[in-house]
Design a protein around this ligand. Structure first.
Ligand code: UT7
Length: 313
């Protein structure tokens, strides 16, 4: 038993905030933001549930399946709309999903944590069809007067429909980890805004992604040069490039959307994956390496063997 990706979808708010817009209110510049992060603009607005619903609806339509055929939903988010109930309850109701649903918070590694969890639940027979969503409204917990963080974050969502399959499935290997002693490095207290030691996050991020990705490849007995596409968490183009260089994977093999989205935490990996699919960067049989890190500090990697339309034709 395993899991197969059957459909995908994304959602972004309509309001675009460019670096030039931020120059008007912050002591910053388009040149600084672009050179230090690779970000040109980000999308702002909506609630986490609204974005998750839109991405989930799109993924269900792409998969060609009914919402009530889903028997378990995971909403990966670090920006729930309320403390209680879980935002997935709103999504479940709005889409008419079947079975249960829960939120998962592993910050920017959240989507990889969600994918590994979904794979385990499908492989064990607990669920036969799952909806996995990463959705965030980081703009709601961003201090728009703090140039250290305001230039980095954005809102968005991405979703996958996953089916149980009789064969080994697409997830070949994974690695999840956490160093909770570093939880002070990046945090947002309840009701407050994101506080971050950017340089420390940067340093830890590269190391965590490289180590986690390396363990994952070793578990699958795959060499870095066999990886067709890396889908990294979209925090900073310099982090992505440094990780690729240390892994020995050509930078051109990294999927990136952060120039248009900024850092969307749990949504960034599915947004980058779907963007790569739309650009015809993936063929059946390709090895795809997802890798992320985030507050906690969490990290997670997953190696997937791509299957073109996802379905069992
Ligand atoms: O999902 C995880 C979320 N967080 C991250 O991924 C953050 C990881 N860290 C980073 O991406 C980078 O550390 C930043 C983009 C946050 C900062 O880049 P950096 O190259 O590490 O810059 P820095 O913090 O070393 O700051 C360099 C200079 C400083 O000025 P001085 O001390 O050299 O005079 C900062 O005050 O740049 C200044 N600076 C800015 N200048 C213009 C910091 N933020 C800005 C800004 N605009 N927005």
């Amino acid at each position: 038993m395993g899991a197969r990706i059957r459909g995908w979808g994304t959602a972004l708010p309509t309001e675009i905030v460019t670096n030039a817009d931020l120059e008007k209110t912050l002591d910053t510049s388009d040149a600084w933001i672009l050179a230090r992060t690779g970000i040109r603009e980000r999308r702002i607005g909506s609630s986490t549930a609204e974005l998750a619903i839109a991405a989930g609806r799109s993924a269900l339509a792409h998969a060609g399946v009914e919402a009530d055929s889903v028997d378990l939903t995971i909403l990966c988010t670090t920006t729930p709309d309320d403390s209680v109930p879980a935002t997935s309850a709103h999504v479940h109701d709005a889409l008419g999903l079947g079975g249960g649903a829960f939120d998962l918070n592993a910050a920017c590694a959240g989507f990889v944590y969600g994918l590994v969890t979904a794979d385990a639940l499908l492989s064990s027979g607990t669920a036969s069809r799952m909806l996995l969503i990463g959705a965030e409204t980081l703009s709601r917990i961003t201090d728009w007067t703090d140039r250290n963080t305001a230039v980095l974050f954005g809102d968005g969502a991405g979703a996958l429909v996953l089916d149980r399959t009789a064969d080994e499935g697409q997830l070949l290997a994974s690695d999840l980890g956490l160093d909770g002693s570093a939880r002070h490095v990046l945090r947002a207290p309840i009701g407050g805004a994101i506080q971050m030691d950017g340089r420390e996050v940067f340093r830890r991020a590269v190391r965590a992604m490289v180590d986690s990705a390396t363990r994952t490849l070793q578990r699958a007995k795959v060499r870095p040069d066999q990886v067709a596409l890396v889908v990294p968490h979209q925090a900073n183009i310099r982090i992505i490039q440094a990780a690729c260089d240390r892994l020995g994977i050509d930078r051109s093999r990294a999927a990136t959307v952060l120039d248009r989205t900024g850092n969307t935490s749990s949504a960034s990996i599915p947004l980058a994956l779907v963007d790569a699919i739309h650009k015809d960067r993936l063929e059946t049989g390709d090895l795809v390496l997802l890798t992320g890190f985030g507050a906690g500090m969490t990290w997670g990697s997953a190696l997937i063997r791509w299957h073109a339309e996802g379905t069992d034709q």
